[in-house]
Design a protein around this ligand. Structure first.
Ligand SMILES: Nc1ncnc2c1ncn2[C@@H]1O[C@H](COP(=O)(O)OP(=O)(O)OP(=O)(O)O)[C@@H](O)[C@H]1O
Ligand SMILES: Nc1nc2c(ncn2[C@@H]2O[C@H](COP(=O)(O)O)[C@@H](O)[C@H]2O)c(=O)[nH]1
Length: 213
């Protein structure tokens, strides 16, 4: 079981989901959270999309062929999967399943389709956060300055952004990523507050148990 900072309470692991239109900053915020918070681990997705410069296989994604991905679908090895920008992305079960049993918190950088699937499977332990860019112009600017996609791919990401944003109301929390440090603090506060929710506690420390007896 996971413990809060004071080690006073026991609780189940959280599935903490960050979604946003491509380029709004969820990878940036995810990395900040993973660096700052030792209690949460990244759920590393499998994808058929090519590796970007600087990405590491097994750290950012498990980069697999389309054949391998389809084999994993057939073997029921995904919690969820979706097709995004012509490539397949999915959350492998193995690693997550064991961790959740042990009370480990997991961070998911997945789209609205994956979020809906995870919520259907485990609504109780899923916490969803939608990150919005301050404007569509700024979103395009970020995709351009990231300089990892062609103009054509950026156009497709911008087209898809409108559809992605239309799902914002399905999320528990919405945060605008204007200043990245402010956005990070807000997301971290959500995580901390969610960990302390009474409904997540599975055990009481001895003196409270005695008081209640
Ligand atoms: N608040 C911010 N202000 C300015 N630039 C930002 C901000 N947040 C992130 N960025 C930059 O915007 C670009 C896109 O960010 P990032 O890759 O984190 O987006 P993403 O939502 O994960 O995109 P994708 O879904 O395509 O992976 C990066 O170059 C990042 O450094
Ligand atoms: N449903 C899922 N969506 C995922 C998963 N991993 C990533 N994603 C989403 O795909 C897009 C594009 O990501 P990029 O890294 O190629 O820019 C983005 O919205 C991710 O959140 C997953 O396992 N399942």
């Amino acid at each position: 079981m996971a413990h809060d900072q004071s080690d006073a309470l026991n609780r189940r692991g959280l599935l903490f989901i960050l979604s946003s239109p491509s380029g709004a900053g969820k990878t940036t915020i995810s990395r900040m959270l993973l660096t700052a918070d030792e209690q949460i681990k990244l759920s590393v997705s499998a994808t058929t999309r090519p590796k970007r410069p600087g990405e590491i296989d097994g750290v950012d994604y498990h980069f697999v062929t389309r054949e391998k991905f389809d084999e994993m679908i057939e073997k029921d090895e995904f919690y969820e999967w979706a097709e995004v920008f012509g490539h397949r992305y999915g959350t492998p079960k193995g690693y997550i399943r064991q961790g959740l049993k042990e009370g480990q918190d997991f961070l998911f950088d997945i789209d609205w389709q994956g979020t809906q699937q995870l919520k259907q499977k485990d609504d109780q332990d899923v916490v969803t956060v939608f990150i919005l860019p301050p404007s569509l112009d700024e979103l395009r600017h970020r995709l351009e300055t990231r300089a990892q996609d062609s103009e054509d791919v950026i156009d497709r990401r911008m087209d898809r952004a409108r559809g992605e944003i239309s799902h914002w109301a399905e999320y528990d929390y919405v945060v605008v990523n204007d200043d990245v440090d402010h956005c990070f603090v807000k997301v971290r506060e959500i995580l901390h507050a969610e960990r302390m929710k009474r409904t997540r506690q599975t055990g009481l420390i001895p003196f409270v148990r005695e008081l209640m007896a």
